[in-house]
Design a protein around this ligand. Structure first.
Ligand code: ADP
Ligand code: MG
Length: 715
C-alpha cells in the first residue's frame, strides 16, 4: 500500500511544497490507527477471533484501561505452528482466500487485518496450542513480523493474545486516551454485549491484579437468564420478546428475534445490543427507528433496552462500510428497518393498553397533575393579554404531566378529589381499557372508519411518502415552512397543513383507542360556542344579536350533550352532564393542542356534523380534530425578525418614563418561549411522527404543502 501526502515547506512559501513518499511503516501505522481506534476496538477484534475459533470460555484481563495490557485467553482450536510466521502480516487470514468468499463469509472478521494492525501500534504476543500437541508456542510480533522464532512453552488448550503498550508510537492518541478514564467501562460494556448474544460461551473480564471479575457469565440456554446475570433483574423483568421475519418468493429476506423493554424500564440512555449474522454491529438507522417509536409511544420510557439478533442472507450484509466493521449497511435495509419498527410499535401499543388498565386500579392514591393546557373559558384570545407563561425548559414544555409515571397513561390516572360524575366516566374508560385489552380491534373495525383509512391509502402519493419517510429536519425557514432534506434535495413544507393531515389520519387510526388529556378546568360548551360565534361575526364585520347567539349556543350544547356518549367512546371527547368539556383525546403523544383554538373545535362539532351519515360524521369530526390539533404558529408574532416591532412599547401620551423603543421584555420572553416550544415540537414530535405515520395525499404535491427548494451539490 502506498500513500502520498503533501507537505508544506514553511521556509520558502512561494515554492510548491515538496511531495514525499511516506515510509511504509508509517502508512501501516496510520491504517492500523483506523482499525484500532481505542483499546475497546482491539478487544473486540481479539474476542471475535476467539469466537471464530469455537471457544466456549473467553477470559479478559485489562491493565490501565487497555493501554498497558489487553490479555484475552480462549479455549478454542488454537493456531498451527506453521501459520505463526505469517499470522500478523496484513491480509493473512484463514477465513477468506478469494474475493468471492467475501460474499458468503459467516465468521466475525475476515479481512486478516486485525492482528496485523495491532502489531503496528502495540507489542503483540501470542501463546497457542492446537489439539493433540504436547506443548504450545509463544511468539511476539512487531510491525507485522515475528520478533524471534516461536518458543516452545507449556500451554493450556486454546490461544492467549497479549497486547501491550497500545499506541506506544502514537503519542497524541495515547495522550487523549490517557485523559479518559472510561476505556475500561467500554470494554466491560462490550463483553456484556457479547455475553448477551453468545449465551453458550462463558465470559469474564477483570482488571489486572483484581481478585474479582467485573463481568462473569456462565454458559446458559436461556437468553433472559443471560440478560439477568449481566444487566440485572431490573432489566430482565421488564423485557418483552419480539420477532419478525420476511420472505420474498420463498427466499429469506430477514429473520429477527429479540427482547425489548416495556414501559416500566426507565433509563437515561438507550441500550441497543444488535447482532447481525452473529456479528456485533451498529446500525444507526435501525436504532433511530426504534427510538422514535418509543418516544412516540412511551415518552416516559423513551430510552429502551433492546437486544436484537437479525439473520440475513450473508450476501446482503456489507460490513466493509466502516474500518472497524462496526457500522453495517444491509440490502433491503429500509424495508427491514420499517418492518422491525412496525413490529416494535405494535408490541408497545398492545402492552401499553394492558398496563393502562392495571395502573388505573393502583393509581387511585397517587395525586394526579391536571393535564392539558388549562384555559379559562372566558379568555380573550388577543395576544396582548395572554396568560403569563412560566419559564420551563423547552423540552419539558410539551408534556404537562412530568410526574406521570408512565407514558400514555394519563387518561387513567384518577384524581383524588373525583366528583361523582367523573367516577362514572372513568368507569367508562376503564371498561374501554378492558375491552381494548380483550379485543383491541373490536371497536375499530367499523366499516366506515375502515373506508376512510382505505381512502388515505389510495390517495397516498408514493414520491412524497418516500420523502417524508426518509427526510431529515433542517430547521424552520419561516413561521409556516420547515426545511427538510431528502437525499440531496431540500424541501419546504407547510407545517400547519402537514400536521393537520397527520392529525386527521391519526384520529382515524387511533379511533376509539385514545388516551385522554384532562382539562384542568372543565370548559362550558355553550360559552365556547358563543365565543366562536362572536369571533366569526367580528371577522365578517356584522354585529350579531346577543340573544340569538345564546340561543344557538344553547341548542348546540344540547345536541352535543346528546351525542356525548358517542363522542366519548370513539373520540375521547368528554362532555359531562352539565355541558362542560372535560377531556380531549391524545392524538400524538407528547403533544397538547393550543387551547385558544378550542371554541372553533366546539363550534365545528356543534354546527358542521351530519349525525345521520356515519361515514361523513366520522370524517368531519376527525377533520375538526385535525384542524384543532394542527401545529399553528403561536398567536404572538415571531420576535425574531420584523415581529420584534410588536414588542416595542408604544409611548403613552404624558408618560415620559417609557422611551419609544423600549421593549416589553415580559411579553417578549413569553413569545420567545412559545416559538421555541413550537420549533421543538416540529422537530421532535411532528417530524418523527410524520416519518412513522403520515401518508401524504397526492394533493400535497401541488397545493404548496411541499415545495422543492434547492438541490445540494452532490458530495
Ligand atoms: P481475520 O480474523 O480477519 O482472519 P485476524 O488478523 O483477526 O484476521 O486473524 C488472523 C488469523 O489468525 C485468523 O484468520 C485466524 O486463523 C488466526 N487467529 C487469530 N486469533 C485466533 C484465536 N484466538 N484462535 C485461533 N485462531 C486465531
Ligand atoms: Mg479477526
Amino acid at each position: 500500500m502506498e500513500m502520498e501526502i503533501l507537505q508544506r515547506d514553511s521556509s520558502s512559501s512561494m515554492e510548491p511544497p515538496k511531495i514525499h513518499r511516506l515510509e511504509e511503516s508509517v502508512v501501516n501505522r496510520i491504517a492500523a490507527g483506523e482499525v484500532i481506534q481505542r483499546p475497546v476496538s482491539a478487544v473486540k477484534e481479539v474476542i471475535e477471533n476467539s469466537l471464530d475459533a469455537s471457544s466456549t470460555s473467553i477470559n479478559v484481563i485489562i491493565k490501565d484501561g487497555g493501554l498497558k495490557l489487553i490479555q484475552v485467553s480462549d479455549d478454542g482450536h488454537g493456531i498451527r505452528y506453521e501459520d505463526l510466521s505469517i499470522l500478523c502480516e496484513r491480509h493473512t487470514t484463514s477465513k477468506l482466500s478469494v474475493y468471492e468468499d467475501l460474499q458468503s463469509i459467516k465468521s466475525m472478521g475476515f479481512r486478516g487485518e486485525a492482528l496485523a494492525s495491532m502489531t503496528y501500534v502495540a507489542h503483540v504476543t501470542v501463546t497457542t496450542i492446537t489439539a493433540g500437541q504436547l506443548h504450545g508456542y509463544r511468539v511476539s510480533y512487531r510491525d507485522g513480523v515475528m520478533e524471534n522464532e516461536p518458543k516452545a512453552c507449556a500451554a493450556v488448550k486454546g490461544t492467549q493474545i497479549q497486547i501491550e503498550n497500545l499506541f506506544y508510537n502514537m503519542m497524541a492518541r495515547r495522550k487523549t486516551l490517557h485523559n479518559s478514564s472510561d476505556d475500561y467501562a467500554k470494554i466491560v460494556d462490550l463483553i456484556c454485549r457479547f455475553a448477551v448474544h453468545h449465551i453458550n460461551v462463558s465470559f469474564s473480564c477483570r482488571k489486572h491484579g483484581a481478585a474479582r471479575a467485573d463481568v462473569h457469565t456462565v454458559s446458559t440456554s436461556s437468553r433472559i437468564d443471560a440478560i439477568k446475570s449481566i444487566y440485572g433483574a431490573s432489566v430482565s423483568r421488564d423485557l418483552m420478546e419480539v420477532t419478525a421475519s420476511e420472505n420474498d418468493s420463498s427466499s429469506l429476506i430477514f429473520n429477527m428475534h429479540g427482547y425489548i423493554s416495556n414501559s416500566n424500564y426507565i433509563a437515561k440512555k438507550m441500550t441497543m445490543v444488535l447482532f447481525i449474522n452473529d456479528r456485533l454491529v451498529e446500525c444507526s438507522a435501525l436504532k433511530r427507528a426504534i427510538e422514535v417509536v418509543y418516544t412516540a409511544t412511551l415518552p416516559k420510557a423513551a430510552k429502551p433496552f433492546v437486544y436484537m439478533s437479525i439473520i440475513l442472507p450473508p450476501e446482503h450484509v456489507d460490513v466493509n462500510v466502516h474500518p472497524t466493521k462496526r457500522e453495517v449497511s444491509l440490502l433491503n435495509q429500509e424495508k427491514i428497518v420499517e418492518t422491525i419498527q412496525t413490529t416494535v410499535d405494535s408490541k408497545l401499543r398492545c402492552s401499553n393498553s394492558t398496563r393502562a388498565f392495571v395502573t388505573q386500579q393502583t393509581a387511585q392514591s397517587s395525586p394526579s397533575v391536571p393535564l392539558g393546557a388549562s384555559k379559562d373559558s372566558n379568555h380573550d384570545s388577543s395576544p396582548s393579554v395572554g396568560p403569563k407563561s412560566q419559564k420551563v425548559p423547552v423540552n419539558k414544555m410539551v408534556r404537562t404531566d412530568s410526574t406521570d409515571p408512565v407514558g400514555r397513561m394519563h387518561a387513567y390516572l384518577l384524581d383524588q378529589t373525583l366528583k361523582k360524575n367523573e367516577c362514572k366516566s372513568s368507569l367508562t374508560s376503564m371498561r374501554c381499557a378492558v375491552r381494548q385489552r380483550r379485543n383491541p380491534k373490536e371497536t375499530a373495525d367499523l366499516t366506515s372508519v375502515q373506508e376512510l383509512l382505505n381512502e388515505i391509502d389510495t390517495k397516498c402519493h408514493s414520491g412524497l411518502l418516500d420523502i417524508v419517510k426518509h427526510c431529515t429536519y433542517v430547521g424552520m425557514a419561516d413561521d409556516l415552512m420547515a426545511l427538510l432534506q431528502h437525499s440531496t434535495r431540500l424541501y419546504l413544507v407547510n407545517v400547519v397543513d402537514l400536521s393537520k393531515e397527520l392529525m386527521y389520519q391519526q384520529v382515524l387510526r387511533r379511533f376509539a383507542h385514545f388516551n385522554a388529556i384532562r382539562l384542568s378546568d372543565p370548559a362550558p360548551v355553550s360559552e365556547l360556542i358563543a365565543m366562536a360565534l362572536k369571533e366569526d361575526e367580528k371577522e365578517s364585520e356584522c354585529d350579531g344579536d346577543d340573544d340569538l347567539r345564546e340561543k344557538i349556543a344553547e341548542m348546540n350544547t344540547d345536541l352535543l350533550k346528546q351525542k356525548a356518549e358517542m363522542l366519548e367512546e370513539y373520540f375521547c371527547i368528554h362532555i359531562d352532564q352539565q355541558g362542560n368539556l372535560c377531556r380531549l383525546p391524545v392524538i400524538l403523544d407528547q403533544y397538547t393542542p393550543d387551547m385558544d383554538r378550542l371554541p372553533d373545535l366546539v363550534l365545528c362539532l356543534g354546527n358542521d356534523v351530519d349525525w345521520e351519515d356515519e361515514k361523513s360524521c366520522f370524517q368531519v369530526i376527525s377533520a375538526a380534530l385535525g384542524n384543532f390539533y394542527a401545529m399553528q404558529p403561536p398567536l404572538l408574532p415571531n420576535p425574531s425578525g420584523d415581529g420584534l416591532q410588536f414588542y416595542k412599547k408604544r409611548k403613552q401620551p404624558g408618560d415620559d418614563d417609557v422611551t419609544k423603543d423600549e421593549i416589553d421584555h415580559e411579553l417578549l420572553t413569553e413569545a420567545e418561549t412559545a416559538w421555541a416550544q413550537r420549533e421543538w415540537v416540529v422537530q421532535h414530535v411532528l417530524v418523527p411522527s410524520m416519518r412513522l405515520f403520515l401518508k401524504p395525499p397526492k394533493s400535497m404535491a401541488t397545493d404548496g404543502t411541499f415545495v422543492q427548494e434547492h438541490t445540494l451539490a452532490s458530495i
